[in-house]
Design a protein around this ligand. Sequence first.
Ligand SMILES: Nc1ncnc2c1ncn2[C@@H]1O[C@H](COP(=O)(O)OP(=O)(O)OP(=O)(O)O)[C@@H](O)[C@H]1O
Length: 247
Amino acid sequence: MLLLRNVTYSTNGRKILDKINMRFKEGMSYSILGPNGAGKSTIAYILMGVIKPSDGKVLLDDRDITDLSITERAKLGITLLWQEPARYDGITVEEYLTLGGKLNVDKEELKEILEIVGLPYELYHSRFVDKSLSGGERKRVELASVLLLKPKYAILDEPDSGLDITASGLIDKTLEYLRKIGTTVILITHHEDIAKKTEFSYFVCGGKVVRKGFSDEVVEYYKRACGKCPLLEGMRYGHQDGSSKGI
Ligand SMILES: Nc1ncnc2c1ncn2[C@@H]1O[C@H](COP(=O)(O)OP(=O)(O)OP(=O)(O)O)[C@@H](O)[C@H]1O
């Protein structure tokens, strides 16, 4: 089990996360749901070891891993799909996904995974992971790399961002594959329909867990709460500069 215990994170004199407690059990799927700026990506970075909490602990199977680096956590089976996909000039999709042949993966498996993420092997394996791929295609390559690693814990930070209308089917196939291989999924999103695809959800707002439980129930609460939130209402109508009333 992966666990955040009383995690607080402050930076530049601002408290971003405030005593966050979360539990991710093996083989289950979870969403971290919340509006822009809620603290969702910060939670992902703390789980992955990109940043360290100012207070509190990260535990994996009762072991304190708070001070472990990204690489050490990766070795323990924790993987992060970054919100912004990277580019690697001069490296093909196949080289990237097989870590230059170091990852033990056969061609059939590579084909299967590329099919799941919607990039047919024949069309994409020799393409370069550079700016010649669109943002959406790079995101799909990153998702394929997470699936091929067969992690124990897959943290997917907005897997649908930058993707088109086919994203919903892609998320379904991704979750189905990860469920099949027993990976615990931690999916970060601000979309209710995406959160509903997981079993459990945490609704985060203002750096705090506001609600947790079965995804259907949490999503209903999120819709009601965010629908009435004066902060979000203000953002929607652009009250900060008094302009852009409506859209
Ligand atoms: N280094 C930093 N200095 C100041 N503020 C920061 C810093 N890093 C993050 N924040 C702020 O912390 C808040 C939470 O950021 P975070 O990226 O975790 O939100 P999020 O829920 O993932 O948002 P989004 O849905 O827009 O991606 C935001 O208001 C952000 O501006």
